[in-house]
Ligand binder design. Structure first.
Ligand code: GCV
Length: 742
């Protein structure tokens, strides 16, 4: 009889296996000893990841059997590009997650088939006679059903793109370890236009970009279609984003020339199967710069003709083009006011050119002028409210979440609720111009959530910003949300692993402005790092506290706009002088011997009067203003008593310190996760958290050193004095800090 050699080296007949458990036990012991030696962690380490896969990693799930039970095969039409994409994404995802590629089938020959389609594209879906009436063009159902007595999962919609969204939802459930056997999901987006705004120049420089150059390789377009464009589209479709504005709002008119329209058309062809329309920022003076006209006056017939012809030309090149995004009469950009015309005149001229094609105009309300001495906070409201109801129906007025500029915390913009006759879309910033660039960990969804849930009281209590944005407050069908993208050519797309979460959360909240930031964080962590609760809970905890930490160490208690000049990197509360007062810090904090803060109450600039009366009353009164907005709305004496019992000065110092402590806590939490996250990503995040701690400390020290020159009070007990002089902090220069406008 042939004998085999066991791993213990014993000569054992094939059936006589008794000694093996003993020998395995010895082996296990040996292995255990080996693993306990230094360097053993390396041997166990998870494979390195570079972050390119984002939240679509599709790695094997822990509980494979339940997933395999519901996903043995896929029955899907493949007659259109979107159908192919939906079917392939599902098979790719399931193969990665379950370790088995599901077969493609035509019917339901066995249990565990995932059926995709619309009633028109799939006879199986048609036969189910599902109620798809309420889900619109982009909604979907994901439901566990029986077909011919067999268990199946149907992903059904009224359109191919709805099916694709449903596929991504189903995959998310699988990725996050949710039960899949009794599904009954109905989803429809609450917002119609869900776009990214790229502040990408045609030379690939990204204004306020911290993730490398622009991913749009304009020079090699239209011929070279970087595969990354497809992955970009997949990622966006997976979170419901349905449009992208390719170029910076501070744009060159060249973006509208035939050469660039061909390049844009090439990108549109990649994005189309994923339901993503392309939009362009248009320069208001383009009729002069590329049209050879002497004027860009929106009431001039030749100018109107030029825009109409240009828009017609665009639609000949890109039949499903989305529309224009316009920054006009803001920060030096040309606009209708250059000709004594209003924003409505400018927007309507363009909107009329788009109307026959079904396109839209997103007209930004981020306007302020250095010729206008009034509080910058008030200028957008002053310029836009008189034109409420005067915009064409295909115009969305795009409003930043707050009235100044994407600060770590701002009260909601007073335009929300103040223009019932005009659809207002939200503009959030995903890139972290004012929240630590790509190195600081700041999960922004709690900030988005805070603004969306804010009550404008415009039509009585419960008139939340979310209701303005989703159109339900004033009955608008055209609705939108924009997110200023944080994407670049960095391998991990966003410059840091955690900044991917802000892109992800933005998409989820554009789809559903009522979604909860913690739930979204939990999904993201499970998909991006691990489903292990020992990872998920601490990381979600870090994320949820992270934005508040930034508020504390940069701009506590309603302070704002205190960063370095131009590049916006690091503290610069001393910034003064220069071309315009509202580009300085002293304009905003107004610190003096008496106290600190911008008086926007009735006794000051009276910006509070732009809010509905209950909000104006709350913000305008020192006794009732929420402390997080105290110095936003009031100039407050240094010895003012805070809710904590501390004086304002002491509280300010303590808040700065609290922010630094929070970052220290995040570092410690992250350090404790070593071994549970792949070394490459763990290491980069750990190093970035180290940078964040250093910079948080710098913000705290520099700010305290500066404000103490006004407060002239000692630091509260136990608070360390800044280690350097104010002159030292002021002397620091960062000539090549990334992302500055140019
Ligand atoms: C694209 C701020 C930023 C600018 C940006 C501008 C805007 O001022 O610093 O870089 O320009 O906002 O939103 O238009």
């Amino acid at each position: 009889m042939i004998s085999i050699t066991s791993r213990c080296g014993e000569r054992t007949p094939p059936r006589a296996r008794r000694p093996i458990p003993v020998c395995l036990a010895l082996l296990a012991l040996l292995l255990g000893l080996l693993l306990a030696l230094p360097g053993a962690a390396q041997a166990r380490a998870l494979p390195d990841e570079d972050g390119y896969a984002l939240w679509l990693r599709y790695l094997p799930v822990q509980q494979v059997a339940p997933l395999r039970a519901v996903s043995a095969a896929v029955a899907a039409p493949a007659a259109t590009p979107t159908q192919v994409v939906a079917r392939d994404e599902l098979r790719r995802g399931l193969e990665g997650l379950s370790g088995r590629r599901p077969a493609a089938v035509d019917g339901v020959p066995r249990d565990g088939v995932v059926v995709l389609g619309t009633p028109a594209s799939s006879p199986l879906v048609a036969a189910l006679d599902l109620d798809l009436a309420g889900i619109g063009e982009e909604g979907y159902l994901v439901r566990s059903v029986r077909i011919g007595g067999r268990a199946a999962t149907v992903i059904a919609a009224n359109s191919d793109i709805g099916v694709l969204y449903g596929v991504f939802h189903f995959l998310r459930l699988a990725q996050t370890g949710q039960p899949l056997a009794a599904l009954d999901v109905t989803q429809a987006p609450k917002v119609k236009v869900r776009v990214l705004n790229h502040w990408d120049n045609l030379d690939r420089y990204v204004e306020r970009g911290y993730a490398g150059e622009s991913i749009w390789d304009w020079h090699r377009l239209p011929d070279w279609l970087d595969p990354r464009y497809t992955d970009y589209a997949r990622a966006n479709a997976s979170i419901g984003i349905n449009g992208t504005v390719l170029n910076n709002v501070n744009t060159s008119a060249l973006a509208l020339t035939p050469m660039y329209l061909d390049k844009t058309a090439a990108l549109a062809s990649v994005f189309r199967p994923y339901g993503i329309k392309v939009y362009l920022s248009a320069r208001f003076s383009a009729p002069i710069e590329i049209g050879g006209l002497p004027t860009a006056d929106p009431l001039d017939p030749a100018v109107r003709r030029w825009w109409k012809d240009k828009v017609d030309e665009i639609y000949r090149t890109i039949p499903d083009f989305g529309g224009f995004l316009i920054k006009a009469n803001s920060e030096g950009q040309p606009g209708p006011q250059d000709y004594g015309r209003s924003h409505a005149d400018g927007a309507n001229m363009m909107a009329q050119a788009f109307a026959p094609h079904g396109g839209i105009v997103m007209w930004r309300a981020f306007v302020y002028s250095h010729e206008e001495p009034d509080d910058r906070h008030k200028q957008a409201y002053t310029e836009f409210v008189p034109h409420d109801g005067a915009f064409e129906p295909n115009v969305l007025v795009q409003v930043k979440n707050g009235a100044i500029d994407f600060q770590p915390r701002e009260p909601f913009h007073p335009l929300f609720g103040a223009m019932p006759g005009t659809p207002l879309m939200m503009e959030f910033q995903i890139t972290k111009e004012y929240l630590g660039f790509a190195t600081h960990l700041a999960y922004l969804a709690p900030m988005y959530e805070e603004v969306l849930r804010a009550d404008t009281h415009a039509r009585g209590p419960g008139s939340t910003v979310a209701k303005v944005v989703d159109g339900s407050l004033d009955g608008h069908a055209l609705t939108g949300m924009a997110g200023v993208a944080n994407i670049g050519v960095d391998r991990n797309w966003s410059g840091s692993h955690f900044d991917q979460a802000n892109w992800y959360a933005y998409g989820r909240m554009a789809w559903d402005p009522y979604a909860g930031s913690a739930d979204i964080a939990r999904d993201w962590v499970r998909m991006t790092f691990s489903t292990d609760p020992a990872v998920v809970e601490p990381v979600v905890g870090m994320m949820m506290g992270s934005r508040e930490a930034v508020v504390d160490y940069m701009t506590p208690l309603g302070l704002h706009h205190l960063m370095g000049r131009g590049h916006h990197y690091g503290p610069g509360p001393w910034v003064e002088g220069g071309p315009r007062a509202d580009w300085t810090s002293v304009y905003y904090h107004r610190a003096d011997a008496r106290g600190i803060g911008f008086d926007r109450s009735a006794g000051g600039s009276n910006a509070v009067a732009q809010y509905a009366p209950p909000v104006a009353a709350q913000f305008g009164n020192l006794e009732t203003v929420p402390e997080e907005f105290l110095l936003w709305f009031h100039h407050v004496p240094w010895d003012h008593r805070m809710a904590s019992g501390n004086t304002l000065w002491d509280e300010l110092v303590l808040r700065y310190g609290r922010g630094v402590d929070e970052v220290r806590g995040m570092r410690a939490t992250w350090a404790g996760l070593e071994g549970r996250i792949d070394p490459a990503r763990h290491h980069q995040v750990a190093v970035f958290l180290g940078i964040q701690e250093k910079e948080a400390q710098w913000w705290r020290d520099a700010s305290i050193a500066y404000f103490q020159t006004f407060a002239k009070r000692p630091l509260p007990a136990g608070q360390a004095a800044p280690p350097h002089s104010l002159e030292y902090y002021k002397s620091l220069q960062f000539p090549f800090a990334p992302g500055d406008g140019k």
